[in-house]
Design a protein around this ligand. Structure first.
Ligand code: UD1
Length: 397
């Protein structure tokens, strides 16, 4: 049996790692790993392959950045050539990125069976490119591997036959469980120092801090070497809906700069898109010169997990981080108006609150959660063995 699986962007990599490992236990399976090349920076891509022991991709389509149509179109053209050459029995796609959608369409047009890992999630927000990708991929796939029972219900309501839906749990948690010990052993201050965006400013800040006397320490600007003691807030924010418009990004940034950062340091692992927009809206200089806005480059898997484990609060618009916060118990303000992952919400026992991008809502939730205790929750089958269940179903299908 030959299986081609496809990854394209950062959130795919932690999902494919356990799947590659699970397939290795089937000697009869020939597995071809294709990287579309949507994410190409070392920090957005290669680093995850190294850290998580993912084999080097057999094929890289090198499609790079571009508009959605450009990315999807280029991926389909290049992937069609791969499929004509490889003629696999199955194409396996993961998550909801452009590669997921482009390659499921291409597979079906080439009459090849397609399996979707992380099927059935719905935000019902058609302005999200990921929702379009999810709908298209699920409509076309022959096997739909769901992370929770809410996703099964979504698929059934859309008329997907029962025998295509396989409830297997959340594959990302396989990676979390395998890697959490390694992450826990990392030193948070070294992570911040090694990944700081402006390392000269950073050195100067910590140098100054060390020269202060102990009595004066309350008046110190936060220094990265103190993160562990002070407590800190972790942040990621990159969705077009949060960073692309001035009217949305500027008020949110004012809240972070003028209120939150006066109470706690914010460690922001900043995505290239957010960095670009801060510069465009004239906020970049103020952000980097605020000693309590600690900008770090996109973090590797273990560093991000460690950051999450130690944070008082996570402010994010990422889907995957909502899930990791749920299992680690980090209170999470999800800066979106909806989520395709409702199982992670506090009303369902999880750690996340939807706060959208209106400052009043973010502020209220911030005050209600900043001193809240950690509360870990593990949904059904988020047990670290999802990839094994998936491999078994595909191989025996
Ligand atoms: C993609 C995914 C999104 C996911 C996110 C995580 C889709 C539709 N979206 O969005 O679901 O949450 O990845 O990171 O697939 N860029 C770099 N280096 C890179 C890759 C991108 O600098 O290695 C820059 C590009 O110039 C581009 C911007 O980042 O303008 C956005 O990249 P893109 O791949 O278009 O989408 P993401 O916003 O990262």
């Amino acid at each position: 049996m030959k299986i081609v699986s496809v990854v394209g962007a950062r959130p795919n990599f932690m999902k494919v790692a356990p799947f590659c490992r699970a397939l290795k236990t089937y000697p009869e399976v020939r597995h071809v790993l294709v990287h579309t090349g949507q994410h190409y920076d070392v920090r957005m891509s290669e680093q995850f392959f190294k850290e998580l022991g993912i084999p080097n991709p057999d094929i890289n389509l090198e499609i790079g950045s571009g508009s959605h149509a450009e990315q999807v179109g280029r991926t389909m053209m290049a992937f069609e050539r791969v499929l004509r050459e490889e003629r696999p029995d199955w194409v396996v796609v993961l998550g909801d990125v452009n590669a997921t959608c482009a390659c499921s369409i291409t597979a079906k047009k080439e009459h090849i069976k397609c399996a979707h890992i992380e099927a059935g999630l719905r935000s019902r927000d058609m302005d999200m490119p990921e929702e379009v990708n999810r709908l298209v991929t699920d409509r076309l796939s022959d096997l739909l591997f769901t992370p929770d029972r809410l996703s099964n219900a979504n698929l059934k309501a859309e008329g997907v036959p029962d025998d295509k839906i396989k409830f297997v749990g959340n594959i990302m948690i396989d990676t979390l469980e395998r890697e959490r010990e390694k992450a826990a052993a990392l030193d948070i201050n070294s992570i911040v120092r090694e990944n700081a965006i402006d390392s000269n400013a950073e050195k100067q800040r910590c140098g100054e801090a060390e020269n202060y006397s102990k009595e004066n320490s309350a008046a110190l600007p936060f220094c990265h070497s103190e993160l562990g003691n002070q407590g800190y807030i972790a942040m990621t924010m990159h969705r077009p809906s949060n960073v692309d418009q001035r009217e949305t990004l500027v008020p949110a940034m004012r809240f972070f700069l003028d209120e939150v950062s006066k109470e706690y340091p914010i460690v922001w692992a900043i995505h290239p898109r957010a960095q670009k927009m801060l510069k465009e809206f004239g906020l970049w200089e103020e952000v980097v010169s605020n000693p309590n806005m600690i900008l770090v480059k996109p973090l590797g898997y273990h560093a991000m997990l460690r950051l999450n484990m130690g944070a008082r609060l996570f402010m994010t618009d990422s889907g995957g981080l909502q899930e990791e916060c749920c299992v680690l118990g980090t209170p999470c303000l999800t800066m979106r108006w909806n989520t395709e992952r409702p199982i992670t919400l506090m009303e369902n026992g999880g750690a996340s609150i939807l706060v959208g991008n209106a400052v009043e809502k973010i502020r209220d939730a911030y005050h209600s959660q900043i001193n809240a205790p950690r509360h870990a929750m593990r949904p059904e089958l988020w047990d670290g063995h999802t990839a094994e269940r998936i491999a078994e179903v595909i191989v025996n299908h």
